[in-house]
Write a protein that binds this ligand. Structure first.
Ligand code: WTA
Length: 635
């Protein structure tokens, strides 16, 4: 029992040692004592990173929604499960109890069944942060359908790619969404996307903004009347531990997005256990993660982790700047939030504004602050610590990934002493390794290398949907018998980890992972463009912003440059989404290339980052002369 909730550093080390020395008995105990199973496992773990194949709790049977909902009904039926805070502060918040949530999820599950959705079918969810999003996710899990949530800021093209990649039969969406003072017509985006998705047979539409939309006869259905007449009870489907629970797409450095597949049992156990410890959640607490459920942070730490612990989890529809920059703190005061989890980009944006936006509010309820998504810079860390935590609430800088399912390296608040910019120690059961250029593990402290994990953990993604080979090549080919994260990290004198950033061509902009290749593909489709290369450069708020180097075709040479820039960004917005727009576009006569034809992004990164004094040896390039030209005309 004591292992479940760690309260002291000595205890952390003890439990950590146990989890590493005897992982199977460790996780078995956690799984046995804290979850309900329809049938127990035959074996705790079976794994082989060379295939790669990982199975946790082999042959166990369960349904994650029974763990997130049903089992809380006798003791927490009236407790608020979801606390919905709308975009507009004048609209009332909704306190949805465990009983109510159970009812809503069952109703939604019955609606899905009525529309022919069965265990194993894929359902695409393209919804704003409204309660229906949580209902839909859990309803899929209830009947064993695999949800694929697509962030409702993605474009029609990005949406149709994701729908087709995993053959979704159904899309659940809304008429529109609110974002601050703006509304976005989501349904019209779905309509465009579905022109390319012949397999989608039905679309369920939640009503949110009330704007005019088109409904396609026979395909589109308003959700509310269906929910209202659906039964409020639905037997949970019995799932195998390793049945897929959901697919979530993440950007790769090349090619199309990767549909990471997470499975039922291990994901449940690990997200629940990390949630409990990393946020030190207690029964009466109100927990708020500001992420969107469209990202892994929302899946694991708005929905599954908190609900598996019977927690009250806030779901926020709005943005930090609306109606003004005090909104987060107004919400913290209003709901007496105890744990607050956000991204460095939001912290930097708020730190730039007047402190009165913070000082107006009573933040004394806060006990734990969290950050996730990218390295937090020291200045932002101190602003967060001083002004929000008042130097009393520890900051948990949590490092993890869509692929890892749950938090991997993080302090445990009030247990692990924190250091700005350090994610500190591996969580229980996590065995990190730093690798050198020669693929050897670097031993000892005060070292830096590429971050790998050398032993399986329960919530790791099991494959990439429809492409196991890509899964192996991306994560298990670089280092034998290890999962490669794509990040660099250093380990300091006391063994704390600091994540230094991506070592591949993924750029994190405002906490969103963007692969360079899809953006370049989109730019290159513009009729005036011959070739392009994207790099990141440091940006005060976004962390990184995108800088594009673009070679024009002959037809483009005479065109107005500013118009071209607008058109290029318009094209990116349509094909990927506004998050991938470029901050700077420089038209160049050529791109620096190696003799094998590879673009030397290192040089472009330095130029974009205004750090072009020492570019290193460029004499081996195919075309060293273009470097000066690019440098002299840098933006
Ligand atoms: C980065 C988000 C530094 C990292 C949960 C990782 C971080 C990528 C941190 C995954 C952190 C995430 N410190 N870097 N605390 N957290 N990252 O898949 O580069 O959206 O590989 O998952 O974000 O982003 P993803």
């Amino acid at each position: 029992m004591s292992n479940y909730h760690i309260k002291q550093l000595e205890e952390y080390f003890q439990v950590y040692r146990k989890s590493v020395n005897n992982p199977e008995s460790f996780w078995e105990e956690i799984a046995e004592e804290h979850f309900v199973w329809r049938k127990k496992w035959d074996q705790v773990l079976e794994w082989d990173f060379s295939k790669p194949e990982v199975k946790w709790f082999k042959n166990a049977k369960l349904n994650i929604t029974e763990n997130c909902l049903d089992r809380h009904l006798p003791t927490r039926g009236d407790k608020t499960a979801l606390l919905f805070e709308p975009n507009n502060p004048k609209e009332e918040a909704q306190h949805i109890s465990y009983r109510k949530l159970h009812e809503k999820v069952c109703q939604m599950a019955n609606v899905l069944k009525d529309h022919g959705i069965k265990k194993g079918d894929r359902v695409c969810i393209y919804l704003p942060m409204i309660p229906e999003l949580a209902f839909a996710v859990l309803a899929c899990a209830r009947i064993g359908a695999v949800h694929s949530v697509v962030f409702a800021g993605f474009s029609a093209t990005a949406l149709s790619t994701r729908i087709n990649d995993c053959d979704c039969k159904m899309v659940i969406t809304a008429d529109g969404s609110y974002r601050g003072a703006k509304t976005l017509n989501l349904k019209s985006i779905v309509d465009v996307a579905l022109e390319d998705c012949p397999e989608v047979k039905s679309v369920l539409v939640a009503q949110r903004t009330g704007e005019k939309i088109d409904m396609v006869e026979g395909r589109d259905h308003w959700l509310k009347p269906l929910l209202d007449k659906a039964y409020s009870d639905c037997t949970a489907e019995v799932m195998d531990a390793e049945d897929p629970l959901f697919i979530l797409y993440t950007s790769g450095s090349t090619g199309k997005p990767k549909g990471m597949v997470h499975t039922c049992a291990g994901y449940m156990v690990y997200t629940a256990y990390t949630f409990k410890n990393i946020f030190q959640y207690r029964e009466e607490d109100v927990y708020w993660c500001t992420a969107d459920i469209g990202w892994i942070t929302g899946h694991s730490y708005i929905v599954y982790g908190p609900l598996a612990n019977g927690a009250t989890t806030v779901m926020f529809e709005g943005v930090p700047s609306y109606p003004d920059y005090g909104r987060f703190w107004e919400v913290v005061q209003k709901h007496k939030v105890n744990q607050f989890y956000t991204a460095p980009t939001a912290i930097r944006a708020l730190a730039k504004e007047q402190l009165e936006h913070v000082e107006k509010y009573d933040l004394s309820s806060l006990k734990v602050l969290g950050t996730v998504g990218e390295p937090i810079n020291e200045e932002a860390w101190h602003w967060y610590n001083n002004n929000i935590g008042k130097k009393k609430s520890p900051i948990v800088d949590t490092w993890w990934q869509t692929e890892t399912g749950g938090i991997m390296i993080s302090p445990i608040p009030y247990v692990t002493p924190t250091t700005p910019t350090y994610a500190t120690l591996p969580f229980i059961g996590i065995q990190p390794a730093l690798m050198d250029e020669k693929s050897n593990e670097i031993q000892g402290n005060q070292v830096e290398g590429r971050l790998c994990i050398k032993f399986p953990w329960p919530s790791m993604a099991r494959t990439i949907w429809g492409n196991h080979e890509r899964y192996r090549d991306t994560y298990f080919a670089a280092y034998e018998n290890k999962y490669f994260t794509g990040d660099g990290a250093l380990r300091d004198a006391v063994g704390y980890y600091r994540i230094t950033g991506r070592v591949d061509d993924v750029i994190i902009v405002s906490g969103h992972n963007l692969g360079t290749a899809p953006i370049e593909d989109s730019i290159n489709e513009h009729p005036a463009v011959a070739e392009s290369a994207i790099v990141g450069f440091p940006h005060d708020i976004k962390g990184n912003a995108l800088y594009g180097f673009v070679i024009l075709k002959e037809v483009g040479q005479s065109r107005d440059r500013d118009n071209l820039r607008k058109e290029i960004n318009q094209q990116i917005t349509e094909q990927i989404g506004p998050i991938a727009k470029l901050d700077k576009i420089q038209f160049v006569p050529g791109l620096p290339k190696t003799r094998s034809g590879k673009i030397m992004r290192r040089i472009l990164r330095k130029i974009a980052g205004k750090d072009a004094k020492n570019l290193g040896d460029i004499s081996t390039l195919l075309n060293p002369e273009v470097v000066k030209e690019i440098k002299d005309n840098a933006l």
